[in-house]
Design a protein around this ligand. Structure first.
Ligand code: 1GP
Length: 246
């Protein structure tokens, strides 16, 4: 385990950073990944997140290898299960699914991978992971067998984030789930800013307008997955967004 906290410091350093989520189950060909990298470097994207609910170990490793050989953009693991770990990545979001009550996703997967992870040269970032209802049954809710927090219950979501921070989580990740019809409520981000930990938000984000709103509300990192799988050139459009908002 790395003692440096480079990626966490980078998370803290700025609002409105962008992470592209690669799900190696869907994106694992060298051709596709190299195109993603090219566009992401042009657009000065801040991070690649890698992971997914149903990824095989071989697709995970293949994708991480291609990324690490071909880009300087930091690669952060967003694990869907205990086998999604690799010392080649720059950091791992050590997720506890604190909106749920499934012990496997609160501590079980962690115990399975703890010894291996402890001996890897990777920055481990304790992260409170909170699912918010995005208007569809997300694969993460199904696989984890947990119920997301209703989207009109900001107090429950905020109290969950607060409990996570009190337990020592360094980052809070609000996720409406991949392909969500409705993204996380903006007011929840504004509310959570007072906890003074970096906030990651994802799920169903597809427009500049929502990226800017999340940034202004205080999100440090905005994660985009599906929309880039559907339209890779959206990454290039993000460059002008970054230039405008700097
Ligand atoms: C899901 O936060 C991520 O876990 C990204 O969601 O694929 O909908 O962008 P999308």
């Amino acid at each position: 385990m790395k003692n440096q906290i480079n990626i966490l410091e980078q998370f803290i350093s700025k609002k409105g950073q962008i992470a592209i989520l690669i799900d190696p189950e869907k994106t694992n060909s060298e051709f596709e990944i190299l195109k993603l990298i090219k566009n992401a470097e042009i657009a000065e994207i801040d991070y690649f997140f890698i992971g997914g609910s149903t990824v095989t170990k071989s697709d995970f490793e293949k994708t991480i290898n291609i990324l690490k050989i071909n880009t300087y953009i930091p690669v952060v693991i967003f694990p869907g299960s205990s086998h999604q770990i690799s010392g080649k990545a720059d950091a791992i979001l050590y997720l506890s699914l604190i909106s749920g009550r499934n012990p496997d996703y609160l501590i079980g997967h962690h115990v399975e991978s703890a010894s291996e992870l402890f001996n890897m040269n990777i920055e481990v970032i304790p992260t409170g992971y909170i699912l918010i209802d995005g208007g569809t049954k997300s694969s993460v809710a199904y696989i984890s067998q947990t119920t997301p927090i209703p989207r009109d219950q900001n107090t429950i979501a905020f109290n969950t984030a607060t409990a996570g921070v009190l337990q020592g989580k360094k980052v809070i990740y609000f996720d409406a789930g991949s392909g969500a019809r409705k993204s996380v409520p903006i007011e929840l981000i504004s509310l959570t800013e007072k906890l003074e930990v970096p906030i990651i938000v994802g799920g169903g984000i597809k427009t500049y307008e929502s990226i800017i709103k999340f940034k202004n509300a205080g999100a440090n990192i905005i994660v985009i997955g599906n929309h880039i799988e559907d339209n890779i050139d959206f990454i290039l459009d993000l460059k002008s967004l970054k230039q405008k908002s700097n």
